[in-house]
Design a protein around this ligand. Sequence first.
Ligand code: SAM
Length: 233
Amino acid sequence: MTEQQHPNRATEAFFGRRKGKPLRERQAEGMATLLPALKLDLQSEAPAELSELFPVSVEELRLEIGFGGGEHLVHRARENPQTGFIGIEPFVNSMAKLLSRVDELELKNIRVYDDDATQALDWLPDASLDHIDLLYPDPWPKRKHWKRRFVSQVNLDRFHRVLKPGGMFCFASDIDTYVNWTLIHCRNHGGFEWLADQSSDWLTPFAGWPGTRYENKARREGRSSAYLTFRKV
Ligand SMILES: C[S@@+](CC[C@H](N)C(=O)[O-])C[C@H]1O[C@@H](n2cnc3c(N)ncnc32)[C@H](O)[C@@H]1O
């Protein structure tokens, strides 16, 4: 999706190409069968109880925006079988990879959306999520592109609306200017409390953290990360 295609969405996020290599046969099959079954239907109204989206009983609801390779999402879904996960990723090859894992592991607690997360956020009911993960969002490191970053006042408003009281927003990045950007935006927003007292709180990965593909790349290139946890107030 490009700025040209969405000229009126300057305050929302942008993503790059949506397709890479041709899909393997099994992945193409998953996209044809599993995607329609697991994709959120934004044309219908969201169920008042989001837990109804899942065929198994779930007690908590989590959203991961831009799951990339899906390693973190799959890890969390296996670790928390009684939590329902919504994973959003517009990149076709990444979605296909996730769906193969969901199929292989017979995971019943994942639903997906394959387009801009802002669309799904606007569909979700008020106070419906316990937790939002935004892990290594596209960094847009050049100052002139900072306004394309997913963290913005309008998207923090969206997070605030869909999180339950006391719900968590977790953010990870290896780009210093994005970490500062997020801290400043959350402080200016006023609806999020940063849960950190000392540097180890943002330098230590989240509990049970399996890493992500993008994080591994950052490490290979010599960049460390910050892990920010905010609570909705
Ligand atoms: C830098 S990658 C990180 C992927 C993964 N979280 C990781 O850590 O390996 C950012 C991801 O966010 C996705 N993305 C970008 N804009 C998005 C949007 N508006 N809605 C949902 N996903 C988005 C991209 O397709 C990409 O896969």
